[in-house]
Design a protein around this ligand. Structure first.
Ligand code: HEM
Ligand SMILES: [Ca+2]
Length: 794
């Protein structure tokens, strides 16, 4: 079959719609007959596989499967035991001698948690067994998960410790790791669980190998070639009509709440250099990015290889056999885990354990920075001249990637501490734990509010916000919680769609402080400017709201595609190439399939852009999701194309409806309506005002201030949240009523809203007293004598 026939057949199968098929047939009769024949044949084969598997065949298959499992399990488990303790050489097979110190490409991202390293051998085990089963039972690539989807009780499962969620119904607070948010499926959304998928993975061997050849035969275009030719450097004038660089930065901050992939590491957590002399060519975990010899940039430096390691494998959450999956080390929910951590050890290490507060850094000149990473675990570039300058610790390890990200972390830490202090001032009997929990609950709610109220509307536009029920309410409770919705981050979203933000990044960070603007390459992993007394966090945040974002399109700043984490000229990494390679590593299906799933029209690219992209691939079916998705024309009112808008909207809908602690919910862990109304007054700009010395800022921080549409607001007018809505016990006494018959009254109310303990109010709600200048009657005088101020019951 020639190439055009191939694509046609694929299109036909993608659409799977008889009416559309018929229409196409009428139009192109000759090509159609062949296309239709193949389509029908495929359908028949599918049906055949479903129907014709008889019971005896099934039993036969099951017994073969059990044999494979027990044979392989024994071998692999023994290897896991041997690997435990000393090192995991078996699973990093062939890696002896290729460990190096940290390499340019990944910077802080390679700090994989030990928990992920413990799960990975199971990922290898499950993939290994699946491969044998697929070969022995001759299962076709499309049917692997379906055919092998039977429980395998004889296999050990890293997700078998299902938490006891019996107390979760009455818990007012989220767990730190996200467990028991869903009370039936207590592991849904927990940290260290797999990314889910919208559609089955597309691997070369069906199970775990990255796609490397075209459907039409021959190799796929190299990731770096696609990057250098299609994702060319951003143009200075190619700015977003009005989105600020803060819209870029908040997107990154948000993505670090909901996802953190786990990458392979070498011994003792050292980075693996897949470009080393004796690297294992194509074996797991190496998947180096080849640089073409005629590369427009790297060839000047004689570079032919860019480091890339594969993400660690994991079995599926239900531990059924099937394709290789990847692990999310963070809680999938929008819960502020980038601030607080996704596991108890991390969150405890960040707590001050007094007054409900988080730790702050102790710098002699700059108070209230994040706590310092004195051991420099993030491998930051620190000046030798000033020993005070250190990188920072936060709930997500990537906090130090660049100072704009660290600055957002800083103001949310400050907001937490401010709120904890505000709550403590009114409720002096609240313990450190209650203050911490309540402040964390409020900050998490604020993050959700900013996400759904301010951020997503400018990215997705009103129509998509409405069709996916993403707009927050203006009053009352949301009633859409659905315990059947799995909130887990989807691999297609994590690995392609939500990386759209990479295209919004500018070459430089606008900096209102010492030395002015900075190129990103000079500030990757460099905390220096956060310690400036003129500028610092304030100077960075001001710059983010004062500058435009780059357009979401195929172009990416060369700071990301040439100079990412650059250690010396020519030795930076390329984020566009990494995104493409990562997509292939994770088995992310091609763009056309995802576009069809989202039911997107055909003309969503500028014809010249589509032509340039198509020219790189032998077959349009092969086109990578990141490249084609990011280059679509934006949807009306939004700033991403329709395919990414669809994938992003689906994800945020699941994060809203599948989160029992979504801030607008009315369950018994909910805010009171009065508290909720306070949360609804939040905006990112107000949080910036409350936690910096900045004096004025655009009302909506994601839109640059442009006259009446988004005027500058003065920070001096920004109010704090009204802590009275969180007060336990009696309110202050109201005013005395007018004097009637020489008596007047005043009252107070008992504030028993959550999280106050019951019976917080003893004593009386109403008082009366004598008043007016009177000639006392005997009766009144007697009353006064016995009971000058009289209390009434609660
Ligand atoms: C200067 C700004 C940024 C830099 C330097 C940066 C850098 C990176 C790097 C190095 C990775 C890891 C790539 C890999 O190994 O697969 C990554 C992943 C990612 N980035 Fe960015 N990024 C930036 C901004 C953004 C923005 C604005 C967004 C979204 C709006 C974003 C969303 C993501 C997502 C979703 C991932 C995947 C994370 C995971 O699953 O672990 N990034 N980024
Ligand atoms: Ca989270």
């Amino acid at each position: 079959m020639n190439e055009s026939m191939h694509s046609f057949v694929y299109y036909v199968r993608l659409l799977q719609h008889p009416t559309i098929l018929l229409l196409i047939c009428l139009l192109v009769l000759s090509t159609c007959t062949e296309g239709l024949r193949v389509y029908v044949q495929q359908k028949e084969t599918d049906l055949f596989q479903h129907v014709k598997v008889t019971r005896s065949e099934q039993i036969q298959k099951d017994s073969v499967l059990s044999r494979i499992v027990s044979e392989l399990q024994h071998t692999i488990e023994r290897a896991i035991q041997e690997a435990d303790g000393k090192d995991r050489r078996f699973f990093n097979h062939g890696l002896d001698g290729v460990y190096s110190r940290r390499t340019d490409a990944f910077g802080p991202h390679l700090l994989t948690s030990s928990k992920a390293l413990e799960i990975a051998p199971f990922g290898n085990l499950f993939a290994g067994i699946t491969k044998s089963a697929v070969e022995t039972l001759n299962i076709s690539a499309q049917n692997i998960d379906q055919q092998l989807s039977r429980p395998m009780p004889i296999l050990k499962c890293p997700f078998s410790n299902v938490p006891d969620c019996s107390h979760a119904a009455t818990s007012r607070y989220r767990s730190i790791d996200g467990s028991c948010n869903n009370m039936v499926n207590g592991l849904w959304g927990r940290s260290f669980t797999p990314f889910e998928r919208m559609v089955p993975a597309h691997y070369a061997n069906g199970v775990d190998e990255p796609r490397q050849t075209s459907l039409s035969g021959g190799p796929l275009p190299l990731a770096r070639k696609i990057s250098s030719q299609f994702h060319q450097p951003s143009l200075l004038g190619h700015l977003m009509p009005d989105l600020s660089q803060m819209a870029m930065e908040f997107g990154q901050f948000l993505s670090h709440d909901i996802q953190r992939n786990a990458l392979s590491t070498g011994q003792d957590g050292a980075n693996i250099n897949c470009c080393g002399n004796n690297r294992p060519s194509s074996e797991d975990p190496c998947f180096a990015i080849e640089i073409p010899t005629d590369d427009p940039y790297y060839s000047t430096f004689n570079r032919t290889c860019m480091n890339f390691v594969r993400a660690l494998p994991t079995p599926k959450l239900d531990c059924r056999l099937g394709q290789r999956q990847q692990l999310n080390q963070n809680t999938h929910y929008i819960d502020g885990s980038q601030i607080y951590g996704s596991e108890t050890n991390t969150s405890n290490s960040l707590r001050a354990f007094t007054g409900g507060k988080l730790k702050t850094g102790e710098d002699p000149n700059i108070p209230n920075l994040l706590p310092k990473d004195t051991a420099n675990t993030a491998n930051c570039k620190l000046p030798t001249s000033n020993a005070n300058v250190k990188c920072f610790l936060a709930g997500d390890i990537r906090v130090n990637q660049h100072p704009a990200l660290s600055s957002l972390h800083t103001i949310f830490m400050r907001e937490h501490n401010r709120i904890a202090a505000g709550l403590a001032a009114l409720n002096n009997n609240w313990t450190d734990q209650v203050l911490y929990d309540e402040a964390r609950k409020i900050v998490g709610a604020m993050l959700q509010h900013i996400t759904y109220k301010e951020y997503l509307p400018v990215i997705l536009g009103d129509a998509i916000m409405t069709s996916h029920d993403l707009h927050p309410l203006t009053s009352g409770y949301f009633s859409g919680y659905d315990s059947n919705v799995n909130p887990a981050i989807k691999n297609e979203f994590a690995t392609a769609a939500f990386r759209f933000g990479h295209s919004m990044v500018h070459d430089s960070l606008k900096y209102n402080g010492n030395g002015g603007d900075r190129l990103f390459k000079d500030i990757f992993l460099n905390p220096d400017i956060l310690y400036h007394t003129t500028g610092g966090v304030d100077g960075i945040l001001k710059g983010l709201t004062d500058s435009y974002s780059q357009k979401v399109d195929e172009r990416l700043s060369s700071q990301l595609t040439r100079h990412l984490f650059e250690s010396q000229p020519g030795f930076g990494a390329d984020l566009a190439a990494i995104n493409i390679q990562r997509g292939r590593d994770h088995g992310i299906p091609g763009y056309l399939l995802m576009k069809a799933i989202c039911d997107v029209d055909s003309n969503v690219h500028d014809p010249a852009v589509w032509k340039a992209l198509k020219a790189l691939y032998k077959n349009t079916i092969d086109i990578d999701l990141f490249s084609a998705g990011v280059s679509e024309k934006p949807v009306t009112g939004g700033n991403v194309g329709p395919t990414f808008a669809c994938l992003i909207a689906k994800q945020f809908e699941a994060l809203k409806k599948g989160d029992r602690y979504y801030y607008e919910n009315s369950d018994n862990q909910a805010f009171t309506l009065e508290q909720l109304d306070e949360i609804r007054k939040t905006s990112l700009s107000k949080i910036i005002c409350r936690n910096t010395e900045i004096t004025s800022i655009p009302t909506n921080a994601f839109i640059t201030s442009s006259g009446a549409r988004n005027p500058l607001m003065s920070c001096s007018g920004v109010k704090d949240i009204d802590y009275n809505k969180w007060k336990c016990g009696w309110s202050d006494w109201g005013p005395w009523t007018p004097c009637v018959d020489f008596i007047q009254f005043r009252s107070r109310t008992c504030m028993q809203q959550k999280p106050c303990s019951a019976n917080v109010c003893t004593n009386k709600a109403l008082e009366e007293q004598m008043c007016g200048s009177i000639v006392y009657t005997t009766k009144i005088r007697r009353k006064e004598k016995h009971n000058r101020v009289k209390h009434y019951g609660k």
